[in-house]
Design a protein around this ligand. Structure first.
Ligand SMILES: NCc1[nH]cc(CCC(=O)O)c1CC(=O)O
Length: 303
């Protein structure tokens, strides 16, 4: 029986996602054997520094991509959110799996939603995107850097004097932690990260055999939405380490894309929106509208 190697990081969330891809493929192709190969990435090893300070693109993807290029892996499963907008030459995303809830959630230690937290409450997050938007909404809030996998972040919340933490709903749901969610943050308070909630499967562009297997996992509406978000990000030259939010939604085949750029202190926050059918042009249009409103000067300050 043919053996197909699926690469993944070894965090509990990454393993859940890779196992999900494995089970979908096994169901579609019961005569093939899909094997998981787990590895640690640089982003899993450096845990004491906020991602924005490491400033390295592909922190969670490089080792897996090396595996694809060296023919040690046949495919690599990633959270799309962790993937740079430009892939290494020779690699492509072969499937954008159907998106889970894209929004962020607040996990409050005492069950108190963000709007009712006491003045000066401390929120755990290292994400510039989450901090800037929360600062904009409530300038009195304080922040504590928080990295590590979801288990680590939950444990740190219990052990510290933080009021709560902000996480992607998708990860929280995949780990079965729904009951820990205090609130889903609405898009006008917290626009999610580019690609958030979608699982992407990356392959060597020469492996048309693998691409064929994966065609059954691609979800067209998700693909359109996240491609528009990634086009916006590419135009603004952001990584996941800048305060940019974007959410595309496909309604009757048309993409509606909203984008947001904020300053770190939350005093400036700009938004733009556009509609269309071509992901690339919708993404660029929203990016240009953000640039017209001063996005580049906000981003230049941060870089
Ligand atoms: N930055 C790490 C990361 N990458 C993807 C997810 C969640 C899963 C997803 O967005 O698909 C998370 C955790 C989080 O931000 O809470």
């Amino acid at each position: 029986m043919k053996n197909i190697r699926i690469g993944t990081r070894d965090s509990q969330l990454a393993m859940w996602q890779a196992e999900w891809v494995q089970s979908q493929l096994t169901e579609l192709y019961p005569h093939l054997n899909f094997e998981l190969v787990s590895m640690k990435t640089k982003g899993d090893k450096i845990l004491d520094v906020p991602l924005s300070k490491i400033g390295d693109k592909g922190l969670f993807t490089k080792e897996l991509e090396q595996g694809l290029l060296n023919d040690e892996l046949d495919m690599a499963v990633h959270s799309l959110k962790d993937m740079p907008t430009l892939l290494p030459p020779g690699l492509i995303i072969s499937a954008f799996c159907e998106r889970e809830e894209p929004r962020d959630v607040f996990l409050s230690r005492n069950g108190v939603p963000i709007e009712d937290l006491p003045e000066g409450a401390i929120i755990g997050t290292s994400s510039l995107r989450r901090k800037s938007q929360l600062k904009h909404y409530r300038p009195d809030l304080n922040f504590m850097d928080l990295r590590g996998n979801l288990q680590t972040r939950w444990r740190k919340l219990q052990e510290s004097d933080m009021a709560g933490i902000v996480l992607a709903a998708a990860g929280v749901k995949r780990l079965g932690w729904e009951e820990r969610i205090t609130q889903i943050l609405p898009e006008d308070m917290m626009l999610s990260a580019v690609g958030q909630g979608s699982i992407a499967v990356e392959i060597d562009e020469k492996r048309s055999d693998i691409a064929e297997l994966l065609s059954g996992l691609n979800h067209i509406a998700t693909e359109k939405a996240v491609k528009s978000e990634r086009a916006l990000m590419r135009k603004l030259e952001g990584g996941c380490q800048v305060p940019i939010g974007a959410l595309g939604q496909v309604v009757k085949g048309e993409i509606i894309l909203r984008g947001m750029v904020a300053s770190l202190d939350g005093t400036r926050l700009i938004k733009a929106e556009a509609k269309g059918t071509d992901p690339e042009s919708v993404g660029i249009e929203v990016a240009n509208r953000l640039i017209e409103q001063g996005a580049n000067s906000i981003l230049a300050e941060i870089r």
